[in-house]
Unconditional design. Structure first.
Length: 468
């Protein structure tokens, strides 16, 4: 049987408080009881000493006489408190004896004390005992007193009433603590479970495809706020990916529709004999087929990225040589826009996949040429530290809007939505470049300003390159 979070928290808090109260009550009662027993035993010893001291004062040494009346008063007072006294002179003659005075009363007192202790403190196993004390004055003994009492100690009715009241107070405090803790537990559980339940509801809606939902509240609980932030970030990422997917569908549909329409219309005209299959027309059809082939190739690259199937064939390479090779590939495009290009610096050879790094340079240089103004400049600068090598490519072209920079490496993202494949590409070149760099354990970043150009920076580690 499953319980919701609110019920579990309430039960756990109630159990913790219940166990805590029980623990405190048990050991508190044990400690207080032990201290109270010591207090009663000490009080009983003081009472006996007081009786002995008071009785000793009733002897007049000069006359050798005892004040029997006062001894009777003291003895009866002690009897009612549970102490049975018998006073003797030095010859052993009885001066006063509580049992001889009223045996029935003494028996009744002893029976009451015994029953009270046996019924309420059966574990004590006490009994009545007698103890003889000597009367001395100026180092001279002039008599004795025998006191009979319940040993090791006994409780009066007031003592038992105090213990009962104490246990009642502990029980009431425990009960009130339990009730208050349950109420606080319910409130805390409700406070904690409400944002969690709301988060669960939002995740269900996200799972159903509603990526625009967000949780707009803070709970004050760090872990729950982190969970809410993660859910919101997940929703934003899924929404962005969904928009990119829709954009991809639109782009692919648009860019396939045109060459297919051209192929279909031209081939129909040729098969119907309206057009002759001239070399020029066949070359045009071939160009359209090549455009579709390039799109399919880029989609295959995307599939490899999504499946983490990039394989690195590493060897010792020099970034300077790869950059110069790529520049030679783009000589025609550079000359066509009258661009100047330079390569500065040098760095050590590293263990990396030359073909993949060449693809990164191709993608970055292709974008730099494409968005540079006529007569502009492109520069490569190689850099090296103790642990890394890398390069940066800088152009003075049209630049990238600041709000577009966080998304520039997203798949199929194109800052200028009006660009087509002839000018803007498919939007996955930078995503592929980032994937390759990260596969080598490196990083790629971009800085850009509108109308002042962009600068892409690639950093690769000298060692501990990882392969996918």
């Amino acid at each position: 049987m499953k319980h919701n979070l609110r019920a579990k928290l309430s039960i756990v808090i109630a159990l913790v408080v219940l166990l805590t109260v029980a623990f405190i009550s048990f050991f508190g009662n044990l400690f207080i009881g032990e201290q109270f027993n010591k207090y009663i035993a000490k009080l009983q010893e003081q009472k006996i000493n007081e009786i002995v001291s008071t009785l000793s004062l009733q002897y007049e040494k000069s006359t050798g006489a005892w004040d029997v009346d006062f001894i009777h008063t003291i003895g009866m007072s002690a009897l009612y408190e549970g102490y049975i006294a018998a006073v003797y002179d030095m010859e052993g003659r009885t001066v006063w004896d509580a049992q001889a005075h009223d045996m029935d009363l003494c028996a009744q007192v002893m029976e009451d004390i015994s029953d009270r202790m046996v019924n309420n403190v059966p574990q004590m196993d006490g009994t009545f005992t007698s103890e003889t004390f000597y009367f001395t004055r100026n180092n001279e003994t002039f008599g004795t007193v025998n006191i009979r009492y319940y040993s090791p100690y006994f409780f009066s009715e007031n003592d038992f009433e105090f213990l009962t009241a104490l246990n009642t107070v502990l029980l009431v405090i425990g009960t009130l603590s339990l009730i208050i803790s349950v109420l606080i537990g319910i409130l805390m559980a409700r406070h904690l479970s409400r944002p969690i339940l709301k988060t669960v509801d939002v995740t269900k809606r996200i799972a159903d495809g509603n990526y625009d939902v967000r949780i707009d509240e803070e709970t004050g609980t760090k872990e729950i706020d982190m969970l809410i932030s993660s859910i919101n970030h997940l929703a934003a990422s899924l929404e962005k990916q969904e928009n990119l997917r829709k954009q991809l569908t639109e782009d692919v549909s648009h860019e396939l529709r045109t060459p297919i329409a051209v192929l279909q219309s031209h081939i129909e005209l040729m098969t119907e004999g309206i057009w002759d299959p001239t070399t020029e027309r066949l070359e045009g059809l071939c160009e359209e087929i090549q455009r579709m082939g390039k799109l399919v190739e880029e989609l295959e690259n995307l599939a490899r990225i999504d499946s983490n199937s990039i394989k690195l064939n590493k060897s010792m390479i020099h970034l300077h040589e790869i950059i110069n090779e790529v520049i030679r590939i783009f000589e025609a495009g550079i000359a066509d826009k009258n661009l100047t290009i330079s390569v500065d610096g040098d760095c050590s050879a590293i263990n990396a996949d030359g073909d993949r790094i060449r693809q990164v340079v191709v993608n970055l240089l292709s974008n730099a040429i494409k968005y540079s103004k006529d007569g502009g400049a492109i520069s490569f600068e190689l850099q090296e530290t103790e642990e890394t090598v890398g390069f940066q490519i800088k152009d003075n072209g049209q630049g990238i809007p600041e709000n577009e920079l966080p998304f520039i490496f997203e798949r199929f993202y194109r800052a200028d939505k009006s660009r087509n494949r002839k000018t803007g590409g498919s939007g996955i070149g930078l995503a592929i470049a980032k994937s390759i760099v990260e596969a080598h354990g490196g990083t790629i970043c971009v800085e850009s300003e509108i109308d002042r150009g962009s600068r892409f920076k690639v950093i690769l580690p000298k060692t501990n390159n990882r392969g996918l």
